[in-house]
Design a binder for this molecule. Structure first.
Ligand code: PAF
Length: 283
């Protein structure tokens, strides 16, 4: 079934006020379009747990650290709307840039600390842009639950912290990373990989898994766990490691000695495509 599409904030608020009057639980999946099976997993989970599912499709200009990437980011709205319909979304919110940012924004949401590590070190302003737009979307949609993928573990942690600090009345639901059969995490960037690059891209996940195995087997030196993963990646000169870190699961700060729950996270460039992935090791 084709979902209803609304592109104004006022229109969405009006529709959702009616939905709420019927006592519906609202699940929300924010996206930037270019939907793939990873988004599918988020929408399906929302579908299972809610009476009414809202998906937003908005390419957020303020989270791009490089203007060219924003210009080059294309989506096929018709295709995305079809996917939303097939996955059972009830409403798709498709605001324009002017609708979301009628003037240069004067207020930004910055989550101190968590944004300083991992991707935050290499993408200045990115998480500020993400937190700001997600705060705005949560205000507009006011869902009971909002769904985010664990592939973007830092984004997820930042949003969870924002919701706590700003007392937002929404439950953030983490959804496990969806993967191809060879382990490559699903991402809208994967389509930019050439045939050869696609062949080697799953090595990122394999490298994280060998490090995870080492830590699970009792290795407490983060440097040793990292080295195991880096050795595997070094065998593939087409891959350039931007970072590979063992970080505290809560603060996302790099650790030297592993004494509790950690996450092993990496960003690598495969040709011109930047891929990220992570695995967790519970305490
Ligand atoms: O993960 C994304 O697609 C985006 O960062 C989000 C959460 C939709 C905010 O623009």
């Amino acid at each position: 079934m084709t979902p209803e599409q609304i592109d104004t904030i006022e229109g969405v608020r009006r529709r959702l006020a009616q939905v709420r009057q019927r006592g519906c639980v609202i699940g929300f999946v924010p996206t930037m379009g270019a939907l793939h099976a990873g988004h599918g997993a988020l929408i399906e989970r929302a579908r299972r747990e809610s009476h009414y599912v809202v998906v937003s499709i908005f390419v957020n200009p303020i989270q791009f650290d490089r203007h060219n990437d924003y210009e080059a980011y294309t989506i096929d709205l018709r295709q995305d709307l079809e996917s939303c319909g097939a996955l059972g979304a009830d409403l798709v919110f498709t605001p324009t840039r002017e609708e979301m940012y009628p003037a240069e924004p004067a207020i930004f949401v910055e989550v101190a600390g968590l944004a300083d590590h991992l991707c935050g070190r290499f993408r200045p302003g990115h998480f500020r842009g993400v937190a700001t737009v997600v705060a705005k979307l949560l205000h507009i949609v006011a869902p009971d639950r909002a769904y985010f993928g664990e592939k973007d573990a830092q984004q997820l942690a930042i949003i969870q912290r924002m919701v706590v600090d700003l007392n937002l009345a929404v439950e953030i639901v983490p959804v496990p990373t969806a993967r191809e059969s060879d382990g490559l995490a699903l991402s809208s960037r994967n389509k930019h990989l050439s045939g050869d690059e696609r062949q080697i891209a799953p090595i990122l996940f394999q490298a994280l898994l060998v490090a995870q195995k080492r830590v699970a087997a009792g290795c407490t030196a983060a440097a040793d766990a990292k080295e195991t993963a880096l050795q595997l990646l070094k065998g593939h000169p087409q891959m350039r490691v931007e970072y590979l870190e063992v970080v505290d699961a809560a603060s996302l700060a790099p650790v030297e000695r592993i004494g509790g729950a950690v996450r092993i996270a990496a960003a690598v460039w495969v040709g011109g495509t930047r891929l990220i992935d992570n695995v967790s090791v519970p305490e």
